[in-house]
Design a protein around this ligand. Structure first.
Ligand SMILES: [Zn+2]
Length: 223
C-alpha cells in the first residue's frame, strides 16, 4: 500500500484535518487519500504531534490567524520523524478506504448507480453536508467524459484504476483539487474501469435575479 503518489492534499488541508476543523466532505476525501498515501499519513502524525505540543504550551486565547504560521514554522524546523505508518486496522468493504466503506455501510443510504453519460455512472452519498455533493464516479474503460468546467471547488480521489486528462495521468490514491473555472475532460484508462470519490462544492446561487446589483454596494466600506 505504500506507493509513490504524485497528487496530494495541500498542507493547509492536512492541518485542518489534524485539527478536526475540516468539513465532512473534504475530510472523507482526505481520509480516502490517507488510506493510500504513506507520505501523508506520516505528515499527519507530525502535524498531530506539533498540534498537541502547541496546545500544551499555548494560552487558550492564542488561536488566531498566526496559528497557521506558527504551526508551519514548527513543522519546518521539526526533524523528519522516522515514524511507523499509521496502521489502518478496520477492514473496509469492497477494497475501498474505510471512510468510503463507512458511507456505503450507512443504513440510511444504499448506493445506487445512475447513468450520467454513455461512459460515466454516479452514486451519490448522503453526508449531511449541504455545501458539498459527495459521490462515486465510475468511468468505463477508455470512456470519455464530456468536457466540463466547475463552478465550485472539486476534490477527487482515485479509488480504483486510473484516468487521465489534458495534463496528467491520475492513479489509485491520487488526490486532485480543481479550482472553479478549471476546464477538463477526464478519460478512463484503456485497461479497466476507474472509480473515483469526489466532493463537489455546490455553486453559490443568487436567489434574487437582481442580486448582482447588490455587489457594488458590498464594496463600499463604511467609515
Ligand atoms: Zn499524500
Amino acid at each position: 500500500m505504500s506507493k509513490h503518489l504524485t497528487h496530494h492534499p495541500d498542507k493547509a488541508m492536512l492541518i485542518e484535518f489534524a485539527a478536526g476543523t475540516l468539513g465532512t466532505a473534504e475530510s472523507i476525501c482526505v481520509s480516502a487519500h490517507l488510506h493510500f498515501c504513506e507520505q501523508c499519513r506520516t505528515e499527519l502524525m507530525r502535524l498531530e504531534q506539533v498540534g498537541s505540543q502547541l496546545m500544551t504550551e499555548a494560552e487558550p486565547a492564542i488561536i488566531d490567524d498566526k496559528l497557521f504560521d506558527t504551526v508551519m514554522a514548527k513543522i519546518d524546523h521539526a526533524e523528519a520523524a522516522e515514524q511507523p505508518a499509521v496502521v489502518v486496522s478496520e477492514q473496509p468493504v469492497a477494497g475501498f478506504p474505510l471512510a468510503v466503506s463507512k458511507l456505503i455501510k450507512n443504513k440510511d443510504y444504499t448506493p445506487i448507480w445512475k447513468r450520467l453519460s454513455a461512459s460515466v455512472d454516479i452514486a451519490r452519498f448522503k453526508t449531511g453536508q449541504k455545501d458539498f455533493e459527495v459521490a462515486l464516479h465510475r468511468i468505463c474503460a477508455g470512456g470519455k467524459t464530456p468536457k466540463h468546467d466547475h463552478h465550485g471547488l472539486e476534490y477527487t480521489v482515485v479509488l480504483k484504476g486510473s484516468f487521465s486528462d489534458e495534463s496528467a495521468v491520475y492513479k489509485e490514491g491520487d488526490f486532485l483539487t480543481r479550482q472553479p473555472g478549471d476546464v477538463h475532460q477526464p478519460m478512463g484508462a484503456q485497461n479497466g474501469e476507474c472509480i473515483c470519490l469526489s466532493a463537489l462544492e455546490a455553486p453559490i446561487k443568487l436567489t434574487n435575479p437582481l442580486g448582482f446589483l447588490m455587489k457594488p454596494l458590498l464594496r463600499i466600506s463604511p467609515m
